[in-house]
Design a protein around this ligand. Structure first.
Ligand code: ADP
Ligand code: MG
Length: 710
């Protein structure tokens, strides 16, 4: 696209010391030097004192100033891990937890998983000697189920709080309670209880099982640190009753912003052209491109490689490096490795690179201006993923990435007039997602009054009620809206969406838990199949070997079983690497996304472990797919749809008119009645991951919903 030069925000910055470090220094020395050069290094003592003096502290600082990697180390070195206590740092994203933990382990000169580790869903790299633990916000919420007072932690840092993910918001509410409970228990054990007359009222007012349980138990107080990249700390400070806020100065060099003259009809194409334009016309420096997800990243990655082949030999020195959450963790670190001499690196990232992960060497940012976000309609009870324009705050964060080490350029692939129309900031996720998952967890923690829970920003009453209703229909709640036993309790234990947890529990009764485990694992990763534009026919033919007239779920089971057979045949006597190679080759031949399949295999082994631990019976239905489909109908009845005369479908629960997504194996056959897992909104409402069912099964298998309705 053509771009116009209208530069704004000229910010002054000082040159970085680490730019001048020669190659003669050892990596260790370089790291020490880099740490010293970070803006946060000069305020170490002040920060540690602030943490000592305040139970709750809000730390605000520009991205890249060293908050995430340095503050936990400062606290460790100042004795906050005495008595074997842990410093926990939560991240909204898996990738950030993993890459930062690896970096900090290296900075500390320790092996990852020892003193410094991470824990994310389906992957735990910690041990009993771990003292600095990075994790996702969702994972800490889960830990609270087994350790409600988070008693192993002396400090909890909620990082990237400005992201306001639903887990962060719920966690803040929980941590506020935990902190209160722990300071109360501490005063009990110090014997000052009687001197605090308001304690009784405190308990009565809260009327919480949670606080009451704590009476008479002894916990040391909990330090809470809320970290954010956005300058507005007021919201957090008010929520924590006037919590103290400190600002860490950052550095920023000027970034020239370029806009396109016209709106771009295809932003991926525009991104591709801009990448090549920058590569061919601009001086040295790496490129960072913001895309919305794995699929987009992988397709741009392929397109770049193809285009490079058309360029003269000397112009092909461009190295593409993807980063997104489902990327295996050993591959994620590649973004930090400098490109070989003479090469330019182009990093294709999701909004993970906005504030969570700071990648050195970026001089050019390409921002198409979109992000994938959750959206929830509480009336219809439907959640969907949609691609929406970024907010102004996100656009500014993205362009800022180009000016960390020197002046940079940012290419926004939309006209300047569009920028003015963007929202100032993103709406907290809690306002636009299905809440059944977090409500189930809060119930399991003993918070029964969800409407009365102290949220930083209250979700709408309608969406709380709708989510409670869904949990009730899934059998997780009793008539009195209490957690049911054993179903609700078991569902809360599984690290999955309640619908999937319920599906696993049902599958053990339908004797098809083996198949359901595969299905849930395959559904937790981004698309298993890929179809490059130029090989569309070949890909379709390959997919036919797996595709089942019963639908996408059985098709996914077929792919997984085929990969199992392949590995079972070969595995004997072969090294792990050799097996990986065989699997990759097989994936390529069959147009299966090997990254996704590998991830699904990991997820499978984890949740298999979970259900076995819970004592569920893992049996296979073999080829009896009728049994399996009946189980799918019993599990996903809230997402059933009936065909309409014109070939579209009407979702029974919401009344919405939807279409079968072209990627579904049922796209052409269009059976009378289906259940589906996902609603995708582009210009149409599409449903994905579909199975053919019999309409009559619904009233038989989900009478709690379908009999009451008719
Ligand atoms: P903040 O949390 O304030 O945004 P971080 O602590 O994440 O800052 O990053 C501080 C610095 O550490 C940045 O300059 C970043 O580039 C660098 N850094 C972080 N992780 C890595 C890594 N894995 N490899 C190299 N540098 C890293
Ligand atoms: Mg950070």
């Amino acid at each position: 696209p053509r771009t116009s030069n209208e530069s704004h925000h000229k910010l002054n910055g000082k040159p970085l010391i680490d730019n001048h470090i020669g190659n003669t220094f050892s990596r260790k020395q370089k790291i020490a030097q880099h740490r010293k050069s970070l803006p946060i290094a000069s305020v170490e003592k002040r920060l540690v004192d602030e943490v000592r003096n305040n139970d709750t502290l809000i730390v605000v600082g520009e991205t890249g100033s060293g908050k995430t990697t340095q503050l936990p180390q400062f606290l460790f070195n100042s004795g906050f891990c005495r008595d074997g206590k842990i410093i926990g740092i939560t991240q909204p994203r898996r990738v950030a937890a993993v890459t930062v933990a690896k970096r900090v382990a290296e900075e500390c000169g320790v092996e990852l998983g020892q003193r410094v580790g991470y824990s994310i869903r389906f992957e735990d790299r910690t041990c009993s000697s771990t003292r600095i633990k990075y994790m996702t916000d969702g994972l800490l919420l889960r830990e609270a189920l087994v350790d409600p007072y988070l008693s192993r932690y002396s400090v909890i840092i909620v990082d990237e709080a400005h992201e306001r993910t639903v887990h962060t918001d719920v966690l803040l509410g929980l941590l506020k309670k935990v902190q209160k409970a722990r300071s109360k228990s501490f005063s009990v054990c110090l014997g000052v209880e009687t001197k605090k007359p308001n304690n009784a009222t405190l308990l009565n007012k809260d009327n919480d099982v949670f606080l009451k349980q704590c009476q008479g138990r002894k916990f040391p107080p909990l330090k809470l640190i809320i970290m954010s990249a956005s300058l507005d700390a007021r919201g957090f400070s008010e929520y924590f009753g006037g919590g103290r806020a400190v600002h860490v100065q950052g550095r920023q060099f000027p970034v020239d912003i370029f806009y396109t003259h016209h709106a771009e009809p295809d932003y991926l194409d525009a991104a591709l052209i801009t990448i090549l334009q920058v590569h061919l016309e601009e001086g040295p420096g790496d490129i960072l491109v913001f895309l919305t997800g794995q699929e987009e990243i992988e397709s741009v990655e392929r397109l770049i490689k193809e285009r490079l082949q058309l360029l003269p030999e000397g112009s092909r020195k461009l190295l593409t490096v993807p980063i997104f959450s489902a990327l295996p963790s050993e591959k994620q670190m590649r973004v930090f490795t400098p490109a070989p001499a003479g090469f330019r690196k182009v990093i294709l990232a999701t909004n993970i690179a906005e504030t969570s992960v700071t990648i050195p060497g970026i001089k050019f940012v390409i921002d198409p201006g979109f992000v994938k976000a959750r959206s929830y309609d509480p009336v219809k009870g439907m959640e969907s993923l949609i691609i929406v324009p970024t907010s102004k705050a996100q656009a500014l964060q993205r362009s800022g990435r180009a000016g960390r080490e020197g002046p940079g350029k940012c290419f926004r692939l939309y006209p300047e007039s569009e920028f003015e129309k963007l929202e100032d900031s993103t709406k907290p996720e809690i306002k636009r997602c299905n809440l059944s998952n977090v409500i189930l967890q809060l119930k399991a923690l003993g918070f029964d009054d969800i409407l009365g829970f102290d949220f930083m920003e209250k979700p709408s009453r309608a969406s709380i009620v709708k989510s409670l209703e869904q949990l009730f229909l899934l059998g997780a709640l009793t008539d009195e809206c209490k957690l049911s036993d054993p179903v609700g309790r078991q569902m809360a234990q599984l690290p999955l969406d309640p619908v999937y947890s319920r599906a696993l529990i049902l599958a053990s009764q339908f004797n098809c838990l083996e198949e359901m485990l595969i299905t849930v694992a395959m559904l937790s990763v981004e698309s298993i199949f890929y179809a490059p534009r130029e090989k569309l026919e070949e890909a379709r033919t390959a997919m036919k070997c797996f595709s089942s007239p019963e639908g996408d779920h059985v098709t996914l089971v077929n792919v997984y079983r085929a990969s199992n057979e392949l590995l079972e045949k070969r595995v004997m006597g072969l090294t792990k690497e050799k097996n990986e190679k065989i699997l990759s080759k097989w994936c390529k031949e069959n147009f299966v996304n090997s990254r996704s399949l590998r991830h699904a295999r990991d997820v499978h082994s984890q949740i298999r472990g979970n259900v076995e631990q819970m004592g569920l019976r893992v049996a296979s239905c073999g080829d009896d797919m009728l049994q399996f489909r009946r189980c799918l109908a019993a599990s996903f009845f809230l997402n059933a749809a009936l065909k309409q005369p014109e070939g579209t479908y009407r979702a029974l629960a919401s009344g919405q008119v939807v279409q079968v997504h072209p990627s579904s194996v049922l796209f052409r056959s269009k059976p009378e009645c289906i259940v589906f897992n996902e609603l995708v909104q582009t210009n149409h409402k599409y449903v994905r991951n579909i199975t053919r069912i019999d309409y009559l099964w619904l009233s038989e298998l989900a009478p709690q919903y379908y009999c009451a309705q008719n």
